[in-house]
Ligand binder design. Sequence first.
Ligand SMILES: O=C(O)C1=C[C@@H](OP(=O)(O)O)[C@@H](O)[C@H](O)C1
Ligand SMILES: C=C(OP(=O)(O)O)C(=O)O
Length: 422
Amino acid sequence: MIEIQPVSELAATVSVPGSKSITQRALIAAALAAGRSTLIEPLVSEDTDYSSAALRAMGVSLTTEPDRWTIDGTGGAICAPGQPVFLGNNGTATRFLTSVAALAQGECIIDGDERMRQRPIAPLLEALRGWGVAVESMQGNGCPPLRLQANGLSGGRTVLPEGRSSQYLSSLLLVAPFAREQAELEVQGEILSKPYVAMTLSVMADFGIAVEVAPDFSFFRVPQGVYRARDYRIEGDASNASYFWAAAAIAGGRVTVTNVPVLSIQGDIMLVPLLGRMGCTVTQTGNGITLERSGGLEGVSVDMGNMPDVVPTLAVVAAFAEGETEISNIAHLRIKECDRLHAVVTELGKIGVRVDEYPDKMVVHGRGGRGLRGAEIETYNDHRMAMSMALAGLRVPGVRITGETCVKKSFPDFWQRFALLH
Ligand SMILES: O=C(O)C1=C[C@@H](OP(=O)(O)O)[C@@H](O)[C@H](O)C1
Ligand SMILES: C=C(OP(=O)(O)O)C(=O)O
């Protein structure tokens, strides 16, 4: 357990580790490319360790130095792993590597931890079947573990049924160039977390595959081909930078994050203007993006369907604003590392914040941070619960974070960097 010490008038400059989402996409593109790629400043964490180990088990050669990974691409010739591939609670890798495994020949089992075994994947399996892949949920509940009798992708047209994760769509796109016939993908229903799909297309283009796409993302045509190996620099993680910008919003003063570009391909960068709307000042200099707060904060009403991972960050900031903050279109938070919508409502409640919970939204009743109290916070083995709830402790004495090692999923040295704020 960690007790957070209050602080005020911050004046800090920090950097954050590489983007989890970009690292995992670039790793797959490099693994499927022809030739040698180097990833510069990738994220080194539990999730990317799972991804790397799984790709090695599928025949990819990967050597790691702290700030640089070298990958000898397979050109799409993926081997069936001899043993079940275990991916912990890494949703991104579980969804993406299921499709990568489909490129092999033979049986593959994909599995995860207890929580991952509750996180759905059925829409992806159905779309893969449309490309001729024999794959089943072994418990018949539409979740891992999965068994594939892999034999490559036939290609042609398939349909992705409506689901609550954009990762299904990104997964299909990443492997589509390797189909035996040009692949087309029709997408049903509303696409949540859309910027992650745009990020997938961006990384694919960077590795030489340009996808034809309908403006509303309802249809994709993917050219056949092999990714082009290259050196690739990974941006700092915008979701993990959110805790440092939010720290300035909550404690006052200013915080600069040096390594997330303004023109980031990560949708979570949009949290910065949102904090601006609540009353912070945003400046961009050669040294990074600075967020500063000197006056009060005001509640906002916002659809966060496109930036689910920074909902807990914003909800904690909202507790220190005056008035209501309504965060809508977030039903997909219920299938993350924990039921994150319910978890945020429950844990903010423990420190005295009233939050109303609805099936797909929450309303935080901010009182400028007045009347809040310290409490022992449960984190449900969810890194984002730990990092966001710690922010409350910057203003409220006695906030204690239990299970704090869960940050290793995406940000192993979070607590050391967080301590730099003091
Ligand atoms: O594609 C990605 O890298 C991710 C997509 C998002 O998930 P959903 O599409 O399931 O919302 C996000 O929550 C996750 O942390 C990373
Ligand atoms: C939802 C997340 O990750 P994943 O889906 O990859 O487990 C996250 O990092 O917040």
